[in-house]
Ligand binder design. Sequence first.
Ligand code: FUL
Length: 695
Amino acid sequence: MKLSRRNLLGLAATTLAVPRLPALAAGPIPLAPPRPHGAVPSARQLRWHALERYAFVHFSINTFTDREWGYGDESPALFDPSDFDADQIVASARAAGLRGLILTAKHHDGFCLWPSAHTAHSVRRSPWRGGRGDMVREVSDACRRQDLAFGVYLSPWDRNHAEYGRPAYLAYFRAQLRELLTNYGPLFEIWFDGANGGDGYYGGARETRQIDAPRYYDWPATWQLVRELQPDAAIWGQRGSDLRWVGNEDGHAGDPCWAAMDSGAFSIEKNHGGVRGGEVWRPAEVDVSIRPGWFWHAREDDQVKTVGRLMRIEFESVGRGAGLLLNLAPDRRGRIPERDAQVLREWGEAHAATFGRDLARGARARASQVRGNAAAYGAGRVLDGRGDTYWSCDDAVREAELMLTLPRPATFDVIRLREYLPLGQRVTTFALDVEERGGWREIARHQAIGSQRLVRLAAPVTTRRVRLRIVEAEACPAISEFALFRQPELLEPPTIARNAAGQVSLASEWPGAAIHYSLDGSTPGAGSPRYAAPFALPDGGTVKAVCLRRTKASAVASRSFDLAKAGWRIAAASAPGAEALLDEDPATLWRCPAGGELTLDLGAEHALTGFTLLPAAHLPAGHGAPLAYACHARRDDGDWQPAAQGEFANIEANAAVQTIRFDAARPARYLRLALTRAGGGQERIACAELGVLTR
Ligand code: FUL
């Protein structure tokens, strides 16, 4: 039978005719609920939606080698956390109100955090716990103790394994997966990373191996194992998985971000915003790190995201119907560093202070229309605090209004709406109005509600009446929540930047706020110098700054800078405009054909320990990020010496600065850098800034 609208209505009538209650039950037979519309979530996906915010933990051999992507030849002897404490890690996530945790059981370098029976490249060969430790066990146990859901990340790309790229590796990969699926209790999510750089150690071959991922991994067969052994676990991965990548590692979903996807080819844009009317429910997960990198690096200790930034990420991920996977990076002790832990605590407090009190409680709700006039679908259902009840309308209704009258005027700046998800995403466009001086004023208008829509107003409003208008819908609405909140005032630390002349500038999001700073490492206060204009900072200097609207320890920003670029120049370049790499402005880019090369003159000799490269935050059309490099160094009067060569790590997904360290410090005045391959199948490269390291 072709499923025309008419037939569907017929089906609905048939369903209606079949009594759901025992024949003798008292009371009226409830009016049938609206029929689901379009793609709908599975029970597994519904459970996943309920988690909302949860932690990623990147901890492995990279923590000890200061890398983002290990090559695969690292000795397990390097893995030696001095004071590993799974409970401290889990408690830090819990303090932020996160409800689950996913651990990198094996990252791309192939080192296993559990004593896998199938490889010696694991904790078993490390000094940690005398080689008898099992980190996956300790973290999963700590999660159970502290009531967090537990999940694992298992990298399909394995730069250590000799058979990678051939059938034998696939058997190994699945055997490892089986160990993780059977030995560590229930898993809520399994992360199959899609990254695959190419080069690696591969059992000593040290070569580049390219694979055709969908064919090689045969995902349906691999996932079958997950379905058999962990039927409740949501799978994050490529096409066909339960959850999709949001298309960036910066912490934002599209607006709107539909939960549905089509089964066509992958595109970043589709992953970012979903596909209205797409045939499968495959919601976005926003993965982002609390630091620029995924693993701990001492040099990023002063770049931990602020509470205000985490709140913004929450609004732009969970608040657009996505899940938020916030990465934490334990340090070499095996603990969450104090500053990160403090920010997590304060974010937890800010979250609770915002969402702990629903200002719509006690309000009266009135709707323009109620499904069959039945109390079961009445307007008040949006206020009852239950996820399984909802306000709905008759089938034909596509535009409707629901008005809340508060017991007394309230001041709010956040509105939360939820659709009843088992019936699909029905609302296309909605608007919110407040009553002011006897008239209505529209304060927001968006597309998509879904599992959760948070509307954050630029300034609080005070009113007794607030109204939700369903402007456009594909099926009658089914709204399960309409809530109002007030955010606490948050102090943002100032941003600290350095300009092309090597001067430091400080800026605050609070207009007119006083910014004080210190250069001796002490915490600035009202008695410290007040910032007025950009000032010079000696090479290697550190500045700490605070904006004194409210004082709170975490609001202090601090940043150290290496050499100023003021006396540098581009001595030669294969394409014009390479000066853009030195202007300390991430928005200006150097563009060159793949294979482009430049020579940097530092003006004087320095003991260089490496170089940094900042990728473009937004790539111009036709350009990709550089995937690989070859770097040479030269003294004032010497010959060119090779300094470093390899692939950049994770540069396509995460536009964070790349740090490449030389094997040993080398005195040099000149650096020659060749950018040898372009990402995204492009023939041209663009990048933003070049720096050198002397520490
Ligand atoms: C990416 C990886 O390459 C990164 O190293 C990190 O694990 C991130 C979560 O996913 O694809």
